[in-house]
Design a protein around this ligand. Structure first.
Ligand code: PEP
Length: 246
């Protein structure tokens, strides 16, 4: 049985004043019956590390460079994330694919760079509304995942996958549990063909997960938890989602 994982994606939200009570509330909500992590903006990672120190809560980043080090102004390497205790890094979020023109191969290279430093990549895949309506969902997510599988090769079993339909992110419109499960099953089958570890791998769902819809999503056989955007900024909501995964 796979242990569930709930990851908060703060995106570009937060402030030192707002972070402190949010992190304290999440820490005070322990114990959780699932794994829990927060992926904060780079500048706040050290603050999360202090707030979560000494417990079983994890933290991470929302992006990393493909490069190890060098003249890459503005970039942050996977080694730097590891130095600050990051367990996870989100790569290929649809906002980065859309606003920063990240290609499938760049996302795969970032996942490889993260794994090389011991940071688990949470690889996001997902179709746009137009692609879903055109019946292209399966092809799109398979193409996105395929690039990562080929680049990671024998290490593919070490990533976490997140299915995030673009039309459900931040829109309040969630995929139904059945819609999400269909895509998760497809992704699991693709992983099975690529790695002997597929049955143990976590595939998270993301896209307007809230306290009141989390349990039905997490009850699906191939949904192993959630990547949570907006609701991860409200302590009570995020804790309730973590409880729904327990
Ligand atoms: C996300 O940004 O990964 C996300 C799923 O956002 P939201 O929960 O706000 O839809």
């Amino acid at each position: 049985m796979r242990r569930k994982l709930v990851v908060g994606n703060w995106k570009m939200h937060g402030s030192r004043v707002a972070n402190e009570p949010l992190l304290a509330a999440i820490a005070q909500g322990r114990p959780y019956a699932c794994d829990v992590a927060v992926c904060a903006p780079f500048l706040y990672i050290a603050e999360v590390a202090v707030a979560f120190a000494g417990g079983d809560l994890r933290w991470g980043a929302q992006d990393c460079s493909v490069h190890e080090q060098g003249a890459y102004t503005g970039e942050v390497s996977a080694a730097m994330l590891a130095e600050f205790g990051c367990r996870y890094v989100i790569v290929g979020h649809s906002e980065r694919r859309q606003y920063h023109q990240e290609s499938d191969q760049l996302v795969a290279d970032k996942a490889k760079a993260a794994l090389a430093k011991g940071v688990t990549p949470i690889v996001c895949v997902g179709e746009s509304l137009a692609q879903r309506e055109a019946g292209q969902t399966d092809d799109v997510v398979k193409r996105q995942l395929s690039a990562v599988i080929h680049t990671l090769a024998h290490c593919a079993g070490e990533m976490v996958v997140a299915y995030e339909p673009v039309w459900a992110i931040g829109t309040g419109r969630t995929a139904t549990p059945e819609q999400a499960q269909d895509v998760h099953a497809l992704l699991r089958a693709q992983l099975h063909a690529a790695t002997p570890h597929a049955a143990q791998m976590k595939i998270l769902y993301g896209g307007s997960v809230k306290a009141d819809n989390a349990a039905s999503l997490f009850a699906q056989p191939d949904i192993d938890g959630g990547l949570i955007g907006g609701a991860s900024l409200k302590a009570n909501d995020f804790i309730a989602i973590c409880r729904a995964a327990g």
